[in-house]
Design a binder for this molecule. Structure first.
Ligand code: ADP
Ligand code: ZN
Ligand code: ZN
Length: 752
C-alpha cells in the first residue's frame, strides 16, 4: 500500500464517541463522529454537547464522555452524531468531575445529571454565548406627542422612551406591549437595536466598599478573622448564630478579601423571592457585578448569569439550589445561608442535596465554605461537634436588640375563635395598642383543612390521594394540596345525603376573616402561596408591612424566612400539635427550627419581643425544651436521641421508592430489589453492615392515583450503601418488573 493510501485509510478511521443522554437509564450510548469532524483532536471532544438521533425520529442532546471506548457493537450498526454543538468542552474539569461524583453518589444517570446542571437554554442545545437584547429607542424623526393623544399606549411608550432606550422586558414591565411598539416603528418614530449585555471583566480595578457599615461585635470579629486567615484552603465552617445576630454582616466581611484577591463568591440561599432585603444588602456593600440565579428568571437571564460566572464578569453570584452547578472562572468562596433549609434538597429526579454538593465542590476546588444558620441541621451540627467542621458562634444580637421571651398557652378546654385563645387575643390587643405589629403563624393555607358532614361525619376525601380536600372559601372550591386536583364544593353528603356540610379546622383564609372581625382597626395581611403567586405581590406586601400599613401579619412559613420587621413585638404560633405526634423522626427537628425561625422575627430592633405557642400538650418535652432552653440545647439533646435510636446522622440511609396504579406491582418490584440487595450482601460478607427494611407502604400510601411503596437501606457506613447500591443498579435496571412501575433511588432522603 502506498503511503498516500495508508494516509487516507487513517483519515477515515471511524471515531466512536460514548455519549451520555438525558434519559433516566444508567447507561451510555455509542455513536460515530461524522466524517467532516474526523480531523478534530479527540481529546477536545470529551465534554462537548452533541445532537444525536435516538429511537425513531427523535433527536436528543447529549454529552461526549469518552472517545474510542471498547465498543461491543459492530461499527456499521452505529448511528452518526448529527451535530457537534460545542467546539471546546462546555464545563471546566472541576465541575465535570463533581458531576461524575454526583452521578455515582446519588446513583443517577450521568446524562441526566449533566443536563440538570445546565441552564435550560443550554439543555436545549443553544450556544453558550451572550446574545444581544432587542432594545427600543427613538429615531431621529421629529414627532409631536399631542399627535398621539388618541393612542394612549403609544403616547406613554414615547414618553418612556424619551428618557432612555429600554429592552422588551423593561417595556413590558411598564405595560407597553409589542403591538404598540410595532405600530410606532411603522410610523418611523422608534426603532429596535441590538444591545450587547454589559460584561465587566475588570471589576477589581474599580472595587469599592460602601462606607455605611456597622462596627462589628466582638463575636462577629472573631468569626470573620478565623475564616479570613484560612481563605487559601478547603475548610468547612459552621456559623451557628441566633436569629438577628448579624450573620449576613459576617458573610460580607469574608467576601471582601476574596473579591480583593480577584476571586468570585457564590452565595446560596433557600428562596430568593422571599428575601429581597438580603440581596439588596450584598448589592449595596460592594460596587462589583452581582448576578442572580433562580427560577424566577427567564431562560436568557439564567444563561447570562451562568456565562458571567464562567467568564469571571460576575463577582458575586447569589442563587438558589441549582446555582451550585455554575461554572466559575475563579471561585474563591461558597456561602450557604440557612443551611438547614429543606429546599436545598431536590425532591424529584436527580435528588441531590445542594449543601453536600457545595461541600464536595469546595473540597475539590480547595476553597472555604461557610454554612450559616440559627438552627443548624443535625447532620451539620454533628459534623461540627465531631470537629470535621470549624464551629463559629454568634450568641447575641448586636446593639440593644434582645432575644424574645417565650411562653406556652394551654388550649385544653378553652373557647377558641378560629383557633385563637382568649389569652392570645388579649395579648394581641396589648401589643397592637402600643402601635406594634403582631405575627401569627399558621402553616395551613385555605379556609379549612376538611369539610365534614354534620349528621354522619363523612369527610370529603381526595379520590386520588390518602388525604382530605382543603376548603378554599373565596375561590369557592375544594383543593387537594397533594395532587393539586380541585372539586366544586359539594352541596350534599355522599353517604347520607344531608346538606349540612361544615368546615372543620382552621386555615389562614378563615383566620384572616376572624382577625378582620376582631381587630377592625388593625389591618391584617395574609402571606401564603395562595395570595403571593406573583413575585411582585410578595415584595409589595413586605414594603407595606415595613411602612406600617398592616399591623397583623398572618402567614405560613413564608413569613419565617429571614425577614427583618423592626416593629414586630409579638409572634404567636397558632397550632403546631400535629408535628408533636408525627411518625417522621425528623418532625421534631423541623418543628424546633420553625419555632426558632418564626420567633426570631420578634424584637429585632429596640423593642423587646414576646413569643407564645398555643398547644394542647404543654407538658410535651420537646416544647418544654424549646421554650426553656432554646434550639441550642434542643439540638444537642436531639442528636443524642438519634444516636440511641441509630438514626441519621449517626447512620446513613437510602430509600428505594416505587409507585404504580397497582399496589402489588410496586410492592413486588421492591421485594425483588430487596432480594438482589440481600444477595449482594451475602456475596460480600456484609450482611451485618446493611439493614434493609421493607418494602412498606409510604406514609401517604396513595397519592395522585398511585400506590407508593418504599424500601429503606441503612448503614453506619456511608460507603457501604453507595457501593452496594452501585452493584445492584444494573440488576434493578434489568428487572422486567421495573418497567411496569415508576421507581427511583433517594440517597440521604429527608422525606418519607
Ligand atoms: P441574621 O442573618 O443573623 O439573622 P442579620 O445579618 O440580618 O442577622 O442582622 C440583623 C440586623 O442586625 C440587621 O439589621 C443588621 O444590619 C444588624 N447588624 C448586623 N451586625 C451589626 C453590628 N455589628 N452592629 C449593629 N447592627 C448590626
Ligand atoms: Zn352525611
Ligand atoms: Zn389528591
Amino acid at each position: 500500500m502506498s503511503f498516500y493510501l495508508h494516509y487516507i485509510e487513517c483519515m477515515t478511521q471511524p471515531i466512536i464517541c460514548r455519549i451520555a443522554l438525558a434519559i433516566p437509564l444508567h447507561k451510555q450510548f455509542d455513536y460515530l463522529l461524522p466524517d467532516y469532524l474526523l480531523k478534530t483532536e479527540p481529546n477536545n471532544l470529551v465534554g462537548c454537547r452533541v445532537r444525536v438521533p435516538f429511537g425513531g425520529k427523535r433527536q436528543l442532546i447529549g454529552v461526549i464522555c469518552e472517545v474510542n471506548p471498547k465498543c461491543d457493537y459492530a461499527i456499521d450498526k452505529l448511528k452518526k452524531i448529527t451535530q457537534l454543538i460545542d467546539q471546546t468542552p462546555l464545563l471546566d474539569k472541576n465541575i465535570w468531575s463533581l458531576l461524575r461524583w454526583a452521578a455515582f453518589y446519588y446513583q443517577y444517570a450521568f446524562g441526566d445529571v449533566f443536563q440538570q446542571a445546565l441552564p435550560s437554554s443550554l439543555r436545549q442545545g443553544k450556544e453558550a454565548i451572550f446574545k444581544g437584547y432587542e432594545h427600543w429607542q427613538l429615531t431621529a424623526n421629529p414627532f409631536n406627542l399631542n399627535d398621539f393623544k388618541r393612542a394612549q399606549k403609544q403616547q406613554s411608550a414615547l414618553q418612556i422612551l424619551s428618557e432612555s432606550s429600554l429592552s422588551n422586558q423593561q417595556l413590558s414591565a411598564q405595560g407597553i406591549s409589542r403591538p404598540t411598539l410595532k405600530a410606532l416603528q411603522e410610523k418611523g418614530v422608534i426603532e429596535s437595536v441590538d444591545k450587547q449585555p454589559v460584561s465587566n471583566l475588570n471589576w477589581l480595578a474599580q472595587f469599592e466598599e460602601s462606607a455605611q457599615k456597622p462596627a462589628l461585635t466582638v463575636e462577629q470579629a472573631i468569626a470573620i478573622s478565623c475564616v479570613n486567615q484560612q481563605l487559601e484552603a478547603f475548610n468547612c465552617f459552621l456559623l451557628e448564630g441566633i436569629t438577628g445576630s448579624g450573620k449576613t454582616e459576617v458573610y460580607l466581611n469574608i467576601i471582601k478579601p476574596v473579591l480583593l484577591a480577584g476571586k468570585q463568591a457564590l452565595v446560596i440561599v433557600p428562596e430568593i423571592g422571599l428575601t429581597p432585603q438580603t440581596i439588596k444588602r450584598f448589592q449595596a456593600r460592594f460596587n462589583v457585578p452581582v448576578y442572580l440565579k433562580h427560577s424566577g428568571l427567564n431562560p436568557r437571564e439564567q444563561l447570562d448569569t451562568w456565562l458571567h460566572a464562567k467568564q469571571g464578569s460576575g463577582a458575586i453570584i447569589i442563587g438558589t439550589r441549582s446555582s451550585i452547578f455554575c461554572d466559575f472562572k475563579n471561585l474563591g468562596l461558597i456561602i450557604l445561608d440557612e443551611e438547614h433549609d429543606a429546599s436545598f434538597k431536590q425532591q424529584d429526579g436527580f435528588r441531590y442535596h445542594a449543601r453536600d454538593f457545595a461541600i464536595k465542590r469546595a473540597a475539590l476546588q480547595k476553597i472555604p465554605i461557610i454554612l450559616g444558620s440559627a438552627t443548624p441541621s443535625l447532620e451539620t451540627l454533628n459534623n461540627a461537634l465531631q470537629g470535621k467542621y470549624q464551629h463559629l458562634h454568634l450568641t447575641e444580637r448586636p446593639g440593644n436588640a434582645k432575644p424574645p421571651t417565650n411562653s406556652l398557652i394551654n388550649l385544653a378546654g378553652l373557647p377558641l375563635k378560629s383557633g385563637l385563645s382568649p389569652q392570645l387575643i388579649e395579648l394581641m390587643k396589648k401589643h397592637l395598642d402600643k402601635n406594634n405589629q403582631v405575627i401569627l403563624f399558621l402553616n395551613r393555607r385555605g379556609y379549612a383543612p376538611v369539610l365534614m358532614c354534620h349528621e354522619c361525619g363523612w369527610l370529603v376525601k381526595c379520590g386520588r390521594c390518602d388525604a382530605f380536600y382543603t376548603y378554599h372559601k373565596s375561590a369557592n372550591y375544594l383543593h387537594c394540596h397533594h395532587c393539586a386536583s380541585t372539586l366544586p364544593v359539594p352541596h350534599q353528603c355522599d353517604d347520607c345525603g344531608s346538606t349540612q356540610l361544615n368546615s372543620t379546622g382552621v386555615g389562614t383564609e378563615q383566620l384572616e376573616e376572624t382577625l378582620n372581625d376582631l381587630f377592625p382597626d388593625h389591618p391584617t395581611v395574609r402571606i401564603d402561596r395562595d395570595n403571593t403567586r406573583k413575585k411582585e405581590s410578595f415584595n409589595q406586601y413586605l414594603t407595606d408591612i415595613n411602612s406600617g400599613k398592616y399591623k397583623i401579619l398572618l402567614g405560613t412559613q413564608m413569613l419565617a424566612k429571614g425577614h427583618h420587621f423592626p416593629d414586630v413585638t409579638l409572634v404567636a404560633l397558632i397550632d403546631v400539635d400535629g408535628a408533636l405526634f408525627c411518625n417522621d423522626y425528623r418532625a421534631s427537628e423541623r418543628l424546633a427550627q420553625l419555632f426558632t425561625q418564626v420567633s426570631g422575627r420578634a424584637g429585632r430592633a429596640e423593642k423587646k419581643g414576646q413569643v407564645v405557642l398555643q398547644t394542647h400538650h404543654p407538658e410535651h418535652s420537646l416544647l418544654q425544651d424549646l421554650i426553656n432552653n432554646g434550639y441550642f440545647e434542643f439540638s444537642r439533646n436531639a442528636l443524642q436521641e438519634r444516636k440511641l435510636a441509630q438514626l441519621p446522622p449517626s447512620t446513613f440511609q437510602a430509600l428505594l421508592r416505587a409507585e404504580s396504579d397497582n399496589a402489588t406491582l410496586a410492592e413486588n418490584f421492591l421485594s425483588l430489589c430487596q432480594q438482589i440487595l440481600q444477595q449482594i450482601c451475602i456475596n460480600n460478607n456484609s450482611l451485618d453492615k446493611l439493614l434493609i427494611l421493607g418494602p412498606i407502604p409510604a406514609s401517604m400510601e396513595r397519592r395522585a392515583g398511585k400506590y407508593r411503596f418504599q424500601l429503606l437501606l441503612q448503614s453506619e457506613q456511608r460507603a457501604v450503601i453507595t457501593q452496594i447500591l452501585h452493584r445492584a443498579l444494573h440488576a434493578f435496571d434489568n428487572l422486567p418488573e421495573g418497567r411496569k412501575v415508576r421507581w427511583s433511588i433517594d440517597v440521604d432522603p429527608i422525606d418519607f
